[in-house]
Design a protein around this ligand. Structure first.
Ligand code: NAD
Ligand code: UDP
Length: 435
């Protein structure tokens, strides 16, 4: 499995220890899976939750059991962590309760988190294990609030989570000579230049006006009262800070800009493994509608365009970055699939067709319904019009290309959604007071 691995230049890859912050989330869980199954690397998996990586942690007889350790901690505020960091003079933490997306989960998890911190179980709270964490050779930061429904309704949490909370991680890496792979977002580009042209302008068809290039495209956000952009703005500032740490202090970094990575375990299904009033990203929203046999809600007509990439393709790119530092350091990479572009309306139509196939249930007579962004997301919502990644840099540096078509990725993802949730949804609908 691990032996004989070589990098893109034919050099043997040495086993490394990776501190992955946000490892319990959607992307983190897939990356942990890949690292355990296909590499000899060790992972310190840091998160407040571990539900999505439980299958990698238990039972202890798993072949990689000695290569993954879960550390239940909130990077905002862990007093012992803060004490340790102060002693080591490495990182600064802020004393704030973590507000991750699901309130009802938070109340359960905070109780568990605090008791496990107190007892030293779950979280490896000892001095020893934390020093291990600090001495790991590489840091991957995935922790963030990253659902659009939060950007305009919880702008403060969004800015703190995506900028302030990431500051100590960057500082720590810079001061200690640790390499950092930081997850930013394609949203950093904001709106396309083309969106400001008249609707009938032929230039709108010119890729120069819409393809998003890491080293050339501007970042175009709406006015401050459109708080949707609080996320993009916070992510932009942390990117600039990381870049400056590289330029002035020699930080070895790679910045990843994901373009709508989707697949199994993304977000939550409201009322099943997340709050019933919660609004996840579009894949989970539409999956929830399909599972409940409700029309899919198209925000402002579903005219926005997105390119969707299968999580497993995207994880291949991240592994190349991890194992090819000489090619990845100092770069910002778009990671997306330019061939999978659809409007949100087309996505809804395709998901409806695919779900009919995988579930065997006929679609509704009216499978979609229009809704205003104000009604769906509240005041201050705005949207990215179109997101096509330029692939020149990642192609040149890592020789990577995405493989999976939108239909195929939806088929495997909706098969997973149906298998995982259909029964639970039926039970919740037939017994609404129990959920
Ligand atoms: P996710 O919400 O599934 O994962 C984020 C994880 O970070 C969660 O498990 C959460 O518990 C953890 N976290 C948040 N705050 C924390 C804290 N204070 N302490 C410890 N852990 C904390 O999101 P994801 O889709 O896996 O995204 C990962 C990263 O990629 C984020 O930075 C996000 O902005 C970026 N991103 C993802 C996409 C995508 O397509 N999925 C698109 C653009 C950007
Ligand atoms: N959207 C929608 N219906 C939903 C959820 C989302 O029409 O039930 C739209 C949303 O307005 C946006 C697109 O789908 O135009 C993608 O939304 P997502 O939450 O996945 O994140 P984004 O790509 O905007 O970061």
């Amino acid at each position: 499995m691990a032996s004989g691995r070589v990098d893109l230049d034919g050099n043997p890859i040495k086993p490394m220890t990776i501190c992955m912050i946000g490892a319990g989330g959607f992307i983190g869980s897939h990356l942990c899976e890949k690292l355990m199954a296909e590499t000899p690397h060790k992972v310190f998996a840091v998160d407040v939750y571990n539900d999505k990586i439980k299958h990698l942690l238990e039972p202890s007889s798993l072949q990689w059991a000695d290569r993954i350790q879960f550390h239940r901690l909130n990077i905002k505020n862990d007093s012992r962590l803060e004490g340790l960091i102060r002693m080591a003079d490495l990182v600064i933490f802020f004393a704030l309760i973590c507000l991750v997306s699901a309130f009802w989960l938070v109340s359960v998890e905070i109780g568990f988190g605090l008791s496990s911190l107190a007892s030293g179980s779950g979280f490896c709270g000892s001095f020893e294990s934390f020093s291990l964490l600090l001495s790991s050779s590489k840091t991957i930061n995935l922790a963030a609030i990253c659902t659009p429904a939060d950007y305009n309704t919880r702008p403060l949490d969004t800015i703190y989570s995506n900028f302030i909370d990431a500051l100590p991680v960057v500082k720590y890496c810079s001061e200690n000579g640790k390499r950092l792979i930081h997850f930013s977002t394609c949203e950093i580009y904001g709106k396309t230049i083309g969106s400001f042209l008249p609707k009938d302008s032929p230039l709108r068809q010119d890729p120069e006006y819409y393809v998003l290039k890491e080293d050339a495209s501007p970042c175009i956000f709406g006015p401050i009262e459109k708080q949707r952009w609080s996320y993009a703005c916070a992510k932009q500032l942390i990117e600039r800070l990381i870049y400056a740490e590289g330029a002035e202090n020699g930080l070895e970094f790679t910045i990843v800009r994901p373009f709508n990575w989707i697949g199994p375990r993304m977000d939550f299904i409201p009322g099943i493994d997340g709050p019933s009033e919660g609004v996840p990203r579009v894949l989970a929203c539409f999956s929830n509608n399909l599972l409940r046999r409700e029309p899919l809600k198209l925000v402002d007509g579903g005219e926005s365009q997105r390119t969707f990439i299968y999580i497993k393709d995207a994880i291949e790119a991240v592994l190349l970055m991890i194992e090819n530092p000489a090619r990845a350091n100092g770069h910002i990479f778009n990671v997306g699939n330019p061939n999978n572009e659809v409007t949100v309306r087309q996505l809804a139509e395709m998901m409806t067709q695919v779900y009919t196939k995988v579930s065997g249930e006929p679609s509704l007579d009216s499978p979609t319904i229009d809704i205003s962004s104000k009604e769906f997301y509240g005041e201050g919502y705005d949207d990215s019009d179109k997101r096509i990644p330029d692939m020149t840099i990642i192609n040149k540096q890592l020789g990577w290309n995405p493989k999976t078509s939108l239909w195929d990725l939806l088929e495997s993802t909706l098969t997973y959604q149906h298998r995982t949730y259909a029964e639970a949804i039926k039970n919740a609908i037939s017994n609404p007071t129990a959920s």
